[in-house]
Design a protein around this ligand. Structure first.
Ligand code: RNT
Ligand code: ZN
Length: 420
């Protein structure tokens, strides 16, 4: 039997086995290819950006010096094109403002305009992507003063970042218009203190005022979904972060915007999988940064692990595929960057498929009937169903296969090794 015949054979067997549980595998595969995943551009260059803003700051860090980092727009595009070609399913591109193509324009971040991102639009269209999502960049810049941006007590600094975020809303609107799909614009700020503050309220009131000013710029909410991303702590801001979870959830609820949950931004015993349904009770849109926290670090490459499966289940079984905006956020400079990219994106696709291959109705019924014995047994049974065979078939239909590393190794030898 050839490898291809084997995949088909295994898939047919798997389909029969899942049918015993009432799972329509064909339907699952068709749904999966339609779920957009917004892939971050910043895994390609260790979050350095293209606008010369300065070295990485704001409590996020990349570690490692694996050769081949993309050093300019051309290299980054080439790497994205290669990595994306190995990722199954529908993809969007997630850009940071620091990836502006200024082309000699002497403008600072408060004056970035759609034209500085036109080359990205052209590129994303060439790749046939679903759209572009966006992030103002409030780090790696000299106007981060004493670690503060939108919450700065220095009016000039605060205003600069308000203007930057307003400019980014306009750029997001431009992306939405170009692609005909709603763009997510996510605000994350590094603001916080290393040690015990004297005043925890005033910075938050200033952040609130800044967000009010940003949202008052008048934008089309059908085109742009503005999100705010909280964080429990960061390196160098261990004692206090201005943009806490409670702050942003209340702000978002009161102002008709949405929350972005980064699953590396909570205490290790708090689970984003459990936060998703809490927010779905109140919000039409919930945004995610899918990542993997390891002890104090929030940005390891995403793997096909239990919490990721639970996150995917909450999206699928609550009919929230259109409501939950999935974005990736991790960076690793210690291994091949393209491989890191692909591994994480595929892990998300696997988790979604895993969740789609569950017949939820009988399980929910067991819960409602209080038969927790049968529920536990049934949930365990799912774990050993032939998921891998369905995944292989999915990759085959996407023109891909499980073994993507040889292609990346070839690219490493042909392209990355030249970057000295
Ligand atoms: C940082 C946040 C933020 C960044 C990206 C680059 O802790 O997770 O989302 O990682 O915007
Ligand atoms: Zn994040």
């Amino acid at each position: 039997m050839s490898e291809k015949e084997n995949i088909i054979f295994m898939y047919e067997q798997a389909k029969k086995q899942y049918a015993l549980y009432g799972v329509d595998v064909e339907k699952a595969l068709n749904t999966l290819r339609q779920i957009p995943v917004s892939v971050h551009c910043w895994q390609g260059d260790d979050v350095i950006g293209l606008d010369g803003g300065g070295s990485l700051s704001g409590g996020i860090q990349t570690t490692g010096n694996y050769p081949g980092r993309a050093r300019n727009f051309e290299e980054l595009k080439r790497d994205i094109e290669k990595a994306f070609s190995l990722m199954p399913g529908k993809k969007r591109l997630n850009l940071h403002a620091s990836y502006a193509i200024l082309g000699g324009d002497k403008v600072d971040r408060n004056a970035y305009a759609p034209k500085h991102f036109a080359p990205w639009v052209e590129f994303a269209k060439k790749l046939g992507l679903d759209g572009i999502d966006f992030n103002p960049t409030l780090f790696s810049h000299e106007n981060v003063k004493d670690g503060l941006t939108l919450s700065s007590p220095d009016e000039k600094i605060r205003k600069f970042w308000v203007e930057h975020c307003k400019a980014c809303i306009k750029i997001s609107e431009y992306f939405a218009t170009e692609f005909g799909t709603r763009a997510l614009m996510n605000i994350w700020i590094p603001d916080g203190f290393k040690d015990v503050p004297a005043d925890r309220l005033s910075p938050r009131l200033r952040l609130k005022k800044s967000l009010d000013e940003i949202l008052s710029c008048g934008y089309d909410r059908n085109k742009v979904a503005v999100a705010v991303e909280s964080k429990v702590f960061g390196i160098g801001v261990e004692s206090y972060t201005v943009g806490s979870n409670e702050f942003y959830q209340n702000y978002a609820a009161n102002n008709g915007i949405c929350c972005l949950l980064d699953n590396g931004h909570y205490h290790p015993l708090e689970y984003v999988s459990d936060k998703i349904p809490s927010l779905l009770a109140f919000y039409d849109t919930v945004a995610l940064h899918v990542t993997r926290g390891v002890r104090w670090d929030s940005d390891h490459v995403v793997l096909f692990e239990d919490e990721l499966k639970e996150i995917a289940k909450e999206i699928v079984r609550n009919d929230a595929i259109d409501k939950v905006k999935i974005g990736l956020d991790y960076f690793d400079a210690s291994i091949n960057r393209l491989s890191a990219w692909v591994t994480g994106q595929r892990a998300v696709q696997k988790a979604l498929l895993y969740a789609l291959l569950v017949n939820d109705a009988p399980l929910k019924k067991l819960q409602d009937e209080g038969d927790f014995t049968a529920l536990m047994v049934a949930q365990e049974e799912y774990k050993t169903l032939p998921f891998g065979a369905v995944w292989q078939e999915y990759l085959k239909r996407e023109g891909l296969c499980e073994a993507y590393l040889p292609e990346i190794r070839k690219y490493e030898n042909d392209v990355l090794k030249e970057r000295k």
